[in-house]
Design a protein around this ligand. Structure first.
Ligand code: UDP
Ligand code: MN
Length: 270
């Protein structure tokens, strides 16, 4: 079976993330390559960075932004989305453009592969997850980072998909339906498109806020993927810097050395 991991890069910040992700996949001895879907502006501005990432068992795949309507673009433009659907639980960095997220859907066009495991560029794989290639479409983990009531929502930072042009075309039609507004962009869309998604354990997409909000769930022996949702480990000081120091240090260590430290402590909890 032809398989690959995939991520998305539309600007230099996410190229930094993708580079660390690629190194982490090598560290856990993944057998599949990482497809780095890169938009035209990313390819123009980041040719050196992208070429370097290709040295880490990755392959740059040219993707165009989705051909959505001007009205769709307006409804999902950053300022409008942030004012209509404010982020109250954490901060989105300035380099995050909501519209860019929809480009993830291009992975359904990578039909030379029978299965793709998508990983956000702000993730690190800390244990081998190649078993996910045996999972069906559409498998994803819960958007768990604050309370257990988050369990029924999906997070679109890690998922298993089966590329298909027919699926892609169908998605595009439904995505840009009249007045369609996806308040958490691709995540809301995918949750709606696959209402009976298969649930992966949260350990395949451990959101960094679990570390301080639900510390009893953070067990390094079972965590497979760390997902730096909201503030990114490479962005410098932010409101959660102190609480996230251990995870931020982990990201920098993997980015710099390509090795995953084995002596990580679980967070204290009562
Ligand atoms: N992304 C990107 N450029 C953007 C926004 C998003 O390349 O301006 C890609 C990148 O792979 C990123 C993913 O889409 O990891 C989703 O965005 P992000 O991880 O910042 O969202 P969060 O996980 O914080 O909800
Ligand atoms: Mn993310």
């Amino acid at each position: 079976m032809s398989i690959a991991f995939a991520t998305l890069v539309t600007n230099s910040d996410y190229a930094r993330g993708a580079r660390a992700l690629a190194r982490s996949l090598i560290a856990v001895r993944s057998t599949a390559p990482l497809l780095v879907m890169a938009t035209p502006s990313a390819r123009q501005q980041l040719s050196g960075e992208l070429a370097e990432i290709e040295g880490f068992n990755a392959r740059v795949v040219a993707v165009d932004p989705l051909p959505v309507s001007e009205a769709f673009r307006c409804r999902h433009e950053r300022d409008r989305l942030h004012s209509h659907s404010p982020f109250t639980k954490g901060e989105k960095p300035a380099f995050h453009t909501p519209l860019d997220n929809f480009c993830k859907l291009r992975l359904w066009q990578q039909t030379e592969f029978e299965r793709i495991v998508f990983l956000d560029a702000d993730t690190l794989v800390v244990r081998n997850i190649d078993q996910l290639f045996d999972y069906p479409e559409f498998s994803a983990a819960p958007n768990l980072y604050e309370t257990l009531s988050d369990m029924h929502r999906l997070n679109s930072g890690v998922f298993v998909a089966q590329p298909s042009d027919a699926t892609f075309d169908d998605m595009l039609r439904k995505l840009d339906a009249p007045q369609a507004y996806w308040r958490r962009t691709d995540q809301t869309f995918l949750e709606t498109y696959f209402p009976r998604w298969h649930g992966l354990p949260y350990t395949f997409n451990a959101l960094q806020y679990v570390y301080f909000n639900l510390p009893e769930l953070w067990d390094w022996d079972s965590i497979n993927v760390v997902h730096y949702q909201y503030e990114k480990p490479w962005q410098g000081a932010h409101a959660r810097s102190t609480e996230l120091q251990v995870l931020t240090n982990l990201w920098h260590q993997v980015a710099q050395t390509g090795e995953i430290p084995q002596n990580l402590n679980n967070p204290a909890h009562s």
